[in-house]
Design a protein around this ligand. Structure first.
Ligand code: 5GP
Ligand code: SF4
Ligand code: MG
Length: 461
């Protein structure tokens, strides 16, 4: 998911929020929404679909206010439905608030149980979070304060959550103690503050990047600007930024740990060329996510780079659509080979990852049909063997091809002449921040928080 928030003094912000969400569209394409406050009323508009489908001039004109949060959704738990679109809105304790969540809680069942909620009455993990906050506020009556409610509830949550929240007059950002998902703070020239999942959303909103929120930090932005709070004990803080933000998820023009991701992805390809050389005529990338690493592989190997696959511009991320059959059908709609480039050639084909193998297999077949003589597949991350419980819907172990097959068996399954992956050390080195804290659970099986291993099958896919 993508989250965005802005608080400006006296200036309307709905258009700016629209721009921010548009820059975060790649993080979730199922639904989009925003909550806008003018200091008196907090109004939410959300719907299924892309940002451009959900909002238009007419709707934005009706959303007046100086304070807003927004969300683009990619479902990990909970169905892809209107009810689960965000921001989630609640009226409680004499006030109202809205919350947008990127990530995935791993102790939802326990939290619901502790709160005495009946199984089946809990919607998504984000809904549950809103419900817990609302109960805290109710318990405090007219004096209910969202920041106090957060201070109570946040330490009980496990898993991944970068949050944006607002009540009628404050913007709040939270990053969980592992900082699985990114969240940055930016400043508007004329007196305002912005929160965004990724830095390009700050750029497009006309804000200057100030800093990333730290893992375990809550920033409360009111009339007097940001105030930083630490709802967790120091011992709970352990940075574990998702490595796949670097590999695939975030935009190439995003900056994480001070590194522009495009450069990191090029370095992944350069290292891969060193670790897994091939004899070939051309290097090509699988659009879009494999392109920077292919560029790097070409630099690193001296083999010329070529465009061999054209991607339909009007199709979103095939992976970020729920449902396996939709994914498989998506490949042919999305990619088309350039026969004139490929025919009779030995190809190195670079992609960022193989998760289920569906896309890759269809893509290799396509290249052969277009006359490729050899296809040497190179992947700019290690084998993806373990399910993600922190906000990527990569499926159960049974669906993950590398959990079930060896590298050579995967090569055979996808129809490649050879297959090799970048090593974990290589990947970390290529990020440009090799000593920073990363989550690599999907590659190593070492999860930073307790996870319901084996329960993933029950979770909506
Ligand atoms: P597969 O062959 O596993 O079906 O698809 C691999 C492709 O899916 C790669 O091009 C990769 O960019 C893309 N991909 C899709 N989704 C994700 C995701 O959530 N994580 C990762 N790592 N890769 C995804
Ligand atoms: Fe990222 Fe993998 Fe960790 Fe999930 S398990 S947060 S995809 S590194
Ligand atoms: Mg891809």
């Amino acid at each position: 998911c993508g989250v965005f928030g802005v608080r400006a003094s006296g200036q309307p912000v709905s258009h700016l929020t629209y721009d921010g969400l548009y820059a975060l569209q790649h993080r979730g394409q199922e639904s989009a929404g925003m909550a806008v406050s003018d200091g008196q009323q907090l109004v939410v508009v959300k719907d299924m679909g892309l940002v451009t489908n959900v909002f238009n001039e007419y709707k934005l004109a009706g959303l007046q206010g100086h304070l807003a949060i927004g969300h683009t959704r990619y479902s990990t738990t909970g169905a892809s439905s209107w009810h689960n679109a965000q921001p989630v809105y609640r009226h409680a304790g004499g006030g109202s608030f809205a919350v947008g969540h990127n990530g995935n809680l791993t102790n939802t069942a326990q939290l619901a149980d502790d709160a005495g909620m009946l199984p089946g009455t809990v919607g998504s993990d984000s809904d549950l979070l809103a419900e817990l906050l609302a109960r805290q506020l109710e318990g405090r009556g007219e004096d209910g304060d969202l920041v106090q409610a957060l201070a109570e509830v946040l330490p009980t949550l496990e898993g991944a959550f970068s949050l944006v929240l607002c009540d009628r007059d404050r913007l709040i950002g939270v990053r969980d103690p592992h900082g699985f998902r990114p969240l940055s703070l930016g400043r508007l020239d004329d007196d305002g503050w912005v929160l965004a999942s990724e830095t390009p959303a700050l750029d497009i909103a006309g804000a200057t990047w100030v800093r990333d929120l730290e893992p375990g930090e809550m920033v409360v932005i009111g009339e007097d600007g940001p105030v930083s709070l630490r709802p967790w004990p120091a011992g709970a803080i352990e940075p574990r930024l998702c490595l796949f933000e670097f590999v695939y998820l975030a935009r190439p023009d995003s900056r994480l740990y001070g590194q522009e991701l495009h450069g990191a992805r090029v370095r992944m390809g350069e290292l891969l060329a060193r670790q897994a050389p091939a004899t070939a005529d051309l290097v090509m990338g699988v659009p879009d996510s494999g392109i920077p690493a292919a560029e790097g592989y070409s630099y690193g190997s001296g083999i010329p780079y070529a465009t061999g696959l054209v991607r339909n511009r009007y199709i979103g991320r095939t992976f970020i659509t729920p449902g396996q059959s939709e994914r498989a059908a998506g490949v042919r709609r999305k990619l088309n080979p350039l026969r004139g480039v490929i025919e009779g050639k030995r190809l190195v084909v670079v992609d960022d990852s193989i998760v289920r193998g569906t896309t890759t297999r269809a893509m290799v077949r396509m290249l052969r049909e277009a006359g490729a003589r050899e296809v040497h597949l190179r992947i700019s991350s290690p084998p993806y063997r373990w399910p993600c419980y922190y906000g990527l819907d990569t499926g159960t172990r049974s669906q993950l091809i590398a959990a079930n097959l060896s590298v050579s068996e995967i090569g055979e399954y996808v129809g490649a002449d050879s297959l090799a992956y970048l090593t974990l050390d290589g990947l970390k080195e290529a990020t440009g921040a090799p000593h920073a804290g990363f989550c690599d659970a999907c590659l190593t099986g070492t999860y930073p928080t307790p996870v319901p291993l084996g329960r993933k099958a029950e979770v909506a896919d």
